[in-house]
Design a protein around this ligand. Structure first.
Ligand code: 13P
Ligand code: SF4
Length: 359
C-alpha cells in the first residue's frame, strides 16, 4: 500500500538523466502555465529548474505577481507554500513536491500554545501587546497575528516591521524565532534587559530585568540549522586567519551575531558576497546548500562555512528530483501534495502579510 503523499516507488528507480529530461519536457510544454520558484537553500539539482530563486520575501512577492500561472510548484518548505497559496488566486494551484518539507522552527509554535501564551501575557501586561510573527510559522499563527493587529516579517524586512510595531508604543510578542527577534530589537535600541522570553513548553515568562520594563517578549524557538554556529568557531577563524570576514544570518544566536563582522538576511549575504573584491576571504554562517553554491559560483573569492561540519537544512533537502518530477507529472491529471489554506485563515493571515508587504 502506498501512503497518501508518498513518492510512488517507480520514481525512485529512475536515472538522473531520465528525470531531468522528463522535467525539461513538462516545463517546456506547460510554459507560462507553470511557475517554479525555489528558495536559495534548495539543492542544485532542483535550483537548475527554477524559474526564479529568492529568499522568503522575494518568493512571496513573486508568487503573487505570477497571475498567468495555473500551477505554482513551490520548491521550499511548507510555510512558504502556504504563504504562496494565500497570496495567489483561488484558481491557482500551489504544490509542495514533498509534504515532509516542513520547518523545525515553524513547528516550535502551534496555535494552541499561542492562544495560551496570549491569555497569560495579556493577563500580565494588559491588551497593549502587538504580535509579530516571522513568516517561518504556520498559517494559523499568521491568522492569529492578523486578527490581533500584528504583522509578519521576513529576515530582510524585520527591522522595518519591528520599528513599526515599536512606534505604536505597545509591547511586542515576537514569534517563533527568539534570535531574529532579539537581534532585530537590539539593533533598534532595545536593551537585552527589556526583553523577556516566553517558554511555550513550561508556559512561563523568563525575565532578567524588571517586569514593567519589558518591551519585547520573544518566543522560545530557534532554527536548528543556524543554531549550529557559535562564537568559538568565530574565535578560531580570528586566530588563524584574521583577514577572513565573518557574515552570518540573524537566525544565529545573539553572541554569534555580535561577534561577526556582518549579519543579514539570505539576500543581504548574497549581495555582500557578490559585491566583494576578488581574493576576499569569507566564512559564512548560514545554510550549507547556499554556502556551497556561492563558493562554486565565485571562484575568485575564498568562501567556507563558519562551521566546518555544517549540513544542509534537512527539510529543505526533502525536495529532490524524484519528488519534483512526480509533482510536475501529476499536475494535469491528479495533482499531488496540493497546499490549500482555508478561507477564514487566509483572510486573517493576509492582513498580517499585507501589513508586511506595505499595504
Ligand atoms: P530568509 O529567506 O528570509 O533569509 O529566511 C531564511 C530561512 O531560514 C528560510 O527558511
Ligand atoms: Fe526552518 Fe531553519 Fe530550515 Fe529555514 S533553515 S526551513 S528556518 S529549519
Amino acid at each position: 500500500m502506498q501512503l497518501l503523499g508518498t513518492l510512488p516507488p517507480t520514481y525512485a528507480e529512475l536515472s538522473t538523466e531520465e528525470m531531468e529530461a522528463r522535467i525539461r519536457t513538462i516545463k517546456s510544454r506547460l510554459g507560462n502555465r507553470l511557475f517554479l520558484p525555489a528558495h536559495h537553500y534548495q539543492k542544485d539539482e532542483v535550483v537548475q529548474f527554477a524559474d526564479a530563486t529568492g529568499d522568503s520575501l522575494q518568493l512571496a512577492r513573486l508568487a503573487e505577481q505570477m497571475s498567468e500561472a495555473e500551477y505554482i510548484v513551490f520548491c521550499g518548505v511548507h510555510f512558504m507554500a502556504e504563504t504562496a497559496d494565500m497570496l495567489t488566486r483561488d484558481d491557482q494551484l500551489v504544490v509542495l513536491p514533498d509534504l515532509r518539507a516542513g520547518c523545525s522552527m515553524a513547528d516550535m509554535a502551534d496555535i494552541d500554545q499561542t492562544e495560551i501564551a496570549w491569555e497569560e501575557l495579556t493577563d500580565q501586561f494588559g491588551e497593549d501587546i502587538i504580535p509579530i510573527t516571522y513568516v517561518n510559522s504556520t498559517a494559523a499563527i499568521k491568522a492569529f497575528v492578523g486578527r490581533h493587529g500584528g504583522a509578519t516579517v521576513t529576515s530582510s524586512n524585520a527591522h522595518d516591521i519591528v520599528q513599526w510595531a515599536l512606534d505604536s508604543g505597545k509591547r511586542i510578542l515576537f514569534l517563533p524565532d527568539q534570535h531574529l527577534g532579539r537581534n532585530t530589537a537590539f539593533d533598534l535600541g532595545i536593551p537585552l534587559e527589556a526583553m523577556a522570553v516566553w517558554d511555550p513548553l513550561r508556559e512561563q515568562l523568563n525575565i532578567d530585568g524588571a517586569i514593567e520594563d519589558v518591551q519585547v517578549i520573544l518566543w522560545k524557538g530557534h532554527c536548528s540549522v543556524h543554531e549550529k554556529f557559535n562564537v568559538n568557531q568565530i574565535k578560531t577563524f580570528r586566530e588563524r586567519e584574521p583577514e577572513r570576514r565573518i557574515i552570518v544570518h540573524p537566525e544565529c544566536a545573539f553572541d554569534v551575531v555580535q561577534e561577526a563582522d556582518e549579519a543579514g538576511s539570505t539576500s543581504y549575504i548574497i549581495q555582500q558576497i557578490e559585491a566583494s573584491a576578488p581574493g576576499t576571504k569569507w566564512a559564512i554562517g548560514t545554510e550549507m546548500n547556499l554556502v556551497n553554491r556561492l563558493a562554486a559560483t565565485h571562484p575568485e573569492l575564498d568562501i567556507v562555512s563558519l562551521n566546518p561540519y555544517m549540513c544542509p537544512c534537512l527539510t529543505m533537502n526533502r525536495i529532490d528530483l524524484p519528488h519534483l518530477l512526480w509533482a510536475l507529472e501529476s499536475l494535469e491529471t491528479e495533482p499531488v501534495n496540493v497546499i490549500k489554506v482555508d478561507a477564514e485563515t487566509t483572510k486573517w493571515s493576509k492582513q498580517a502579510l499585507e501589513r508586511m508587504l506595505g499595504r
